[in-house]
Design a protein around this ligand. Structure first.
Ligand code: NAP
Ligand code: GCO
Length: 276
């Protein structure tokens, strides 16, 4: 048998677990009062991380903290708008003072406005870009300050199928998510030297409040997405937990600027003729 490092022969099971162990790590997930953010936060908690969540709505935050507690997850909650630089700066200072240094940041907060470009108000376009692209920049800038000092950190940006593809009505969102893909790659190149890994997760189509308008009540988009997805289903938020744990853990210490698509095969699939 060829050379096998001692650690692989003596405690492979323990070693593989320690690669994904987040015990002692603090994770901040923005917009995590429900949906994909909550699922990923609970996933990180299952790997041992201490959870900090953010939102802009106090009543949703209070309800979410109750949900986390009932799920056995002790979550700290903080209210600030990710597009407000002063609020983000103050929020991160408050978190690092009250909870401790942030080791993992998931830039999850986001909105979508579905309007054909020709009909879209510039102000609506600007709002999507502000929350979905400028927000992650502001968050990353202020969390990275401490990570650079500590020479360690994990930043994960929530990209999208629309980081790669377009479709009617989502031009603002695609612009933001396409930009977020490139922001991820650029921050990765600037901060890798400080042992900060910046990567993205690109979900396919997931069953959350954000997609409910085009998924429920017999909307034709529902059948379309199921036909366009080789896995023939919408994603469940829990389907993202493994990717989040991987990109938040030691297992991804040499992964930089990567967008990990969790899409049931959509991006791999050209589609098929109607009568095939
Ligand atoms: P969601 O249900 O719409 O949740 C978005 C969260 O972001 C909400 O908690 C919202 O808070 C929060 N938020 C919005 N604006 C904010 C701001 N300015 N500051 C702080 N928090 C803010 O979305 P989701 O489906 O869970 O998706 C989460 C992320 O994944 C988004 O970035 C989305 O673009 C992306 N994504 C989703 C899918 C999908 O199929 N669902 C696929 C690919 C990517 P309030 O509820 O209080 O407004
Ligand atoms: C839409 C959907 C998508 C998903 C997601 C796909 O209207 O096309 O909302 O944009 O939210 O981003 O990855």
């Amino acid at each position: 048998m060829g050379f096998r490092p001692k650690s692989l022969t003596t405690n492979t099971k323990n070693m593989s677990n320690s690669l994904f162990d987040l015990t002692g790590k603090r994770a901040l997930v923005t917009g995590a009062t429900h949906g994909l953010g909550m699922a990923m936060a609970k996933g990180l908690a299952s790997a041992g991380a201490e959870i900090i969540i953010n939102d802009i709505d106090q009543s949703k935050l209070d309800a979410a903290i109750k949900d986390y507690t009932e799920s056995g997850v002790k979550a700290h909650g903080y209210i600030f708008d990710v597009t407000n630089e002063n609020a983000v700066k103050a929020g991160i200072e408050k978190i690092e003072k009250e909870v401790g240094p942030i080791d993992i940041l998931i830039n999850n907060a986001g909105i979508i406005k579905r309007t054909l470009a020709i009909d879209m108000e510039v102000s609506d376009y600007e709002q999507v870009i502000k929350i979905d692209l400028i927000g992650p920049f502001i968050m990353s800038k202020y969390v990275a300050k401490g990570m650079i000092q500590r020479k360690a950190g994990k930043i994960i940006n929530m990209c999208s199928m629309m980081s790669e593809l377009g479709r009617d009505t989502v031009s603002a969102y695609a612009s933001a998510k396409g930009g977020l893909k490139m922001l991820t790659k650029n921050l990765a190149t600037e901060w890798a030297r400080h042992n900060i890994q910046v990567n993205g997760i690109g979900p396919g189509y997931f069953a959350t409040a954000q997609t409910a308008p085009v998924r429920e009540n017999g909307h034709p988009f529902n059948d379309f997405i199921i036909s366009r997805t080789p896995a023939a289903r919408w994603g469940n938020p829990e389907d993202l937990q493994g990717a989040a744990i991987f990109l938040a853990s030691k297992a991804s210490d040499f992964v930089n600027g990567h967008i990990l698509y969790v899409d049931g095969g959509i991006l791999a699939f050209l589609g098929k003729a109607a009568n095939e």
